[in-house]
Design a protein around this ligand. Structure first.
Ligand code: GBH
Length: 514
């Protein structure tokens, strides 16, 4: 997908290149992005919109989950009001304008548009809301980049079994058809899903995310299967019915964590590979590999463990040849969310009688305590892992176009967020290293535009380039230092080379800030 018109960009870059970037007098310290490279920032509906029961919106699984089990969220908060973007979207657009982003990645709330999940029952206020948002973005030349599903299933569909019931494929296809018809005349960049692995592992395998089914080794694989088939159907729907007329592109976002072997032993190397195959490979392999289907190591291990446990067939559902074919290549680009790395160690375990994803993967995966990390305990700062991960994608999947749909850093708050600036700088440098190695990365998205409802962490961990005052009824938003840093990156389409010997973020005094 080409997010940017080259000629306009070239013109802007020429004008801006007379300005110097932050702290450097040495041209060699400045690394330029390709001319058609695009920058953006991301949010998701449940995390920012609020207005959970306003103007005809139906209940979704996160509404229900957090209302019923307030203790799953660390500060017992919820997304009832969140950033109140349902009412404050003008300010959101203004912030995007301040940043100068090329695009804004946001998600549609299925139950705001279709309160029961079905196209038989449309909520026109919901349609108006997204029309206003999309039109407002376009008015300011900000490209809307729309995620169709970011975790908030209409509750009625969950009552039918959610992603474990194959009927969900029909509902998802109808919903996607509806949004292409409503918004596709102006939206040309689509993502079917955000992070299938999290939806299925955390929501169906564990209790960390809604709907909290806690059926590890069974519910997670059923969810993944229907989700992949739903994705393929919507890709082909777009391809056949909308692509020519709407001239857009459609992909999927998958999160990738780099897994670093504990030692140079073959066993640890295999454990790290197995970890990555069970996590992102579960969804990348069927769509992006030449051969298609689930990763071989997943198929083998789950089949063996299922047999030992007395199942008559594998707990991992099988694709037909036709389904493998439909899934292969069903994405115009790979949306990659990259945050961090983990360590992997080989372990010898006896398969327990209970089905379990962990047993199936059979990897001891842990956070290396010597790596720096963000406020979120899982979020280690490993830009080298980002570089490695991009190389892995290039080599494994025949070098697809990649858009970084999320990358970001959490703090406990405060406007001077030097650590976030450093994180973004390091990851942009790693991204440029990967491009140098031949990766086709065309866009970079910061998670997030502003602080928001961070799922089970509530409002405690803050990912925003804008701080949001959750005590203020109008949810006032204030730019952090990182917003100002990102403005410079976008304006100059360049980033300073990171060198711990002399790099000082505090030196950024020459930049033109808002
Ligand atoms: C993204 O997931 C999401 O797309 C976005 O909605 C979210 O706000 C953002 O990251 C920041 O978290 O607490 O140890 O159980 C990134 C992948 C998946 C990482 C869930 C954290 C929970 C780890 N995330 N995971 S733990």
């Amino acid at each position: 997908m080409v997010l940017l018109n080259l000629y306009i960009v070239y013109f802007v870059v020429c004008i801006l290149s007379v300005n110097s970037t932050c702290t450097t007098n040495n041209d060699e310290d400045v690394r330029k992005f390709p001319l058609n490279f695009a920058f953006g920032t991301a949010t998701s509906a449940y995390q920012i919109e609020g207005a959970w029961n306003v103007s005809g919106k139906g209940e979704n699984i996160w509404d229900k989950y957090v209302h019923k089990n307030p203790n799953v969220v660390i500060d017992k908060s919820n997304g009832d009001v969140a950033c109140d973007s349902y009412h404050q979207y003008d300010r959101d657009i203004e912030m995007l304008k301040e940043l100068g982003v090329d695009y804004y990645r946001f998600s549609l709330s299925w139950s705001r548009l279709l309160p029961t999940g079905s196209v038989a029952n449309v909520n026109n206020d919901g349609v108006d809301y997204y029309n206003n948002l999309i039109n407002g973005l376009l008015k300011h030349n900000i490209i809307p980049f729309v995620t169709i599903y970011h975790w908030d299933l209409p509750q009625k569909l969950q009552d039918l079994g959610g992603w474990t019931n194959p009927i969900i494929q029909d509902f998802f296809e109808d919903y996607a058809n509806f949004v292409f018809r409503q918004f596709g005349d102006r939206v040309q960049h689509w993502l079917t899903f955000n992070e299938p692995k999290q939806i299925c592992l955390c929501g169906y395998g564990q209790t960390t995310f809604a709907p909290g089914l806690n059926m590890t080794g069974v519910g997670d694989y059923m969810c993944g299967h229907n989700l992949l088939l739903s994705h393929a159907r919507v890709f082909h729907l777009y391809d056949k019915k909308f692509r020519i007329k709407q001239a857009g592109s459609i992909g999927i976002t998958i999160e990738g964590t780099w897994s670093e072997p504990f030692s140079s032993s073959k066993e640890d190397f295999n454990a790290a590979e197995r970890f990555m195959e069970f996590e992102a490979g579960w969804f990348m392999n069927p769509i992006f590999s030449i051969k298609g289907d689930y990763p071989a190591v997943m198929k083998e291990r789950i089949a063996v463990n299922s047999a030992i446990q007395g199942f008559s067939k594998s707990r991992l559902p099988e694709f037909t040849e036709e389904q493998i074919r439909l899934l292969k290549g069903s994405s115009d680009f790979l949306g990659l969310n990259f945050y961090c790395s983990t360590m992997a160690r080989h372990i010898n375990t006896n398969v327990s009688s209970e089905p379990s994803y962990e047993d199936d993967a059979n990897v001891y995966s842990y956070v290396n305590q010597s790596w720096p990390h963000a406020a979120s305990s899982w979020l280690t700062v490993t830009p080298w892992g980002f570089h490695n991960y991009l190389n892995r994608i290039k080599n494994l999947y025949d070098n697809p176009e990649v858009i970084i749909t999320e990358n970001g850093y959490s703090t406990w708050g405060g406007l001077v967020d030097n650590d976030r600036i450093k994180y973004i700088n390091l990851h942009l440098n790693a991204l440029l290293d990967a491009i140098k190695d031949g990766s086709k990365v065309t866009g970079y998205t910061v998670w997030s535009l502003m602080d928001n409802f961070e799922w089970q962490q509530g409002y405690s961990e803050k990912f925003g380039m804008y701080e949001v005052d959750f005590q203020d009824p109008s949810r006032k938003r204030i730019p952090r230092k990182s917003a100002k840093y990102f403005i410079d990156v976008i304006r100059t389409k360049s980033v300073k080379h990171y060198d711990p010997e002399y790099y000082e973020i505090n030196d950024c005094t020459n930049s033109v800030y808002v």
